[in-house]
Ligand binder design. Structure first.
Ligand code: NAD
Length: 285
């Protein structure tokens, strides 16, 4: 163990995973190909640490140490061989994930994980040199606040790998569930069902988005409504997941035309400032 953690993709999830790894004491390489994303990731990481200090979750010293543990990279080839963990958090496309995982496997990590929300581990495992060390580690958004990690065990995953993944979740301060490798696992399959139906209800004019959300928050005690959650996750991300689940389970997961149209228009939710709600500086209006 050398306490080295690599995250590939500095988007919504990758940044959060890098943050929890750094605050758990790992030295973190965060690999991002998009220069604009890479340029903003360092600042965003620093703001997460600052906010944790303001809220009393970290001391100023701990935040400073966390800051010193992050290195941004533009290519996996720059990462030294033999890290403890590599977590892939690039967009939900099978071909992209397979090529990133193949490059990640070349760095010979002790544990190789994908943060996929819906793609079977078995479908990605063929791309890696050692599928016994490969597993799904499905983090939740925002990563620093959400306790759950879904540990998704592929058909070739070794029992020691599952044990290592469960232990890693504990070190990151998370509470794992171990699930079988079926598309959508335990969470996305149910969560996306609710989200897609809520979007169909907007299409049908059942109620305004805020009222559909309010109904679930007050009527079912959900902490956040399905449309606001879709804004938080990213409409593009949910669309990709819906398409993956549609090909696995059929048209009950067909993306509603409204979702496709909003993604087409760049209304991606919180990250673009506009989805089912307007967002200014990350705050729902
Ligand atoms: P995102 O679009 O916010 O970020 C993906 C990042 O990966 C982008 O910055 C992109 O530039 C980068 N990238 C693309 N190709 C790359 C490459 N070859 N090397 C390095 N970086 C590359 O996406 P996200 O919301 O962070 O989702 C990432 C993964 O996590 C997806 O599989 C998604 O299904 C899953 N996930 C998302 C959520 C969520 O709430 N958004 C929750 C759980 C899991």
């Amino acid at each position: 163990m050398n306490d080295r953690f690599v995250v590939v993709g500095a988007g919504t999830m990758g940044l959060g995973i890098a943050y929890v790894a750094a605050t758990a004491g790992y030295r973190v390489d965060l690999v991002e190909v998009d220069p604009d994303r890479a340029a903003s990731a360092g600042g965003a990481f620093g703001r997460l640490l600052d906010r944790a200090v303001e809220r009393g979750k970290l001391s100023a010293d701990e935040a400073e140490q966390g800051r010193g543990r992050l290195t941004l990279r533009s290519d996996l080839a720059e990462v030294a061989d033999g890290p403890d963990v590599i977590v892939e958090a690039v967009p939900e496309r099978v071909d992209l994930k397979r090529s990133v995982l193949a490059a990640a496997a070349e760095r010979r990590p002790a544990l190789l994980a994908t943060n996929t929300s819906s793609i079977p581990i078995a479908e990605l495992a063929g791309a890696v040199t050692d599928p016994a060390r490969f597993i799904g580690l499905h983090f939740f958004n925002p990563v620093w606040a959400m306790a759950l990690i879904e540990v998704v065990v592929g058909p070739a995953t070794a029992p020691e790998t599952t044990e290592a993944a469960v232990a890693l979740a504990g070190r990151l301060g998370k509470d794992p569930v171990v699930v079988r490798d079926l598309p959508g696992f335990a969470t996305s399959r149910l969560g996306v069902t609710l989200g897609l139906e809520a979007i169909r209800m907007v299409e049908d004019g059942v109620a305004a988005p805020a009222d559909i959300d309010k109904a679930m928050v007050l009527g079912y005690r959900h902490p956040v409504g399905p449309l606001e959650l879709t804004d938080l996750v990213g409409l593009d991300v949910r669309l990709d997941i819906a398409r993956t689940l549609q090909s696995a389970y059929g048209d009950r997961f067909a993306p509603p035309p409204l979702l496709e149209a909003m993604v087409e228009q760049g209304r991606l939710g919180k990250k673009s400032g506009h989805g089912f709600y307007r967002w200014v500086d990350g705050v729902k209006q």
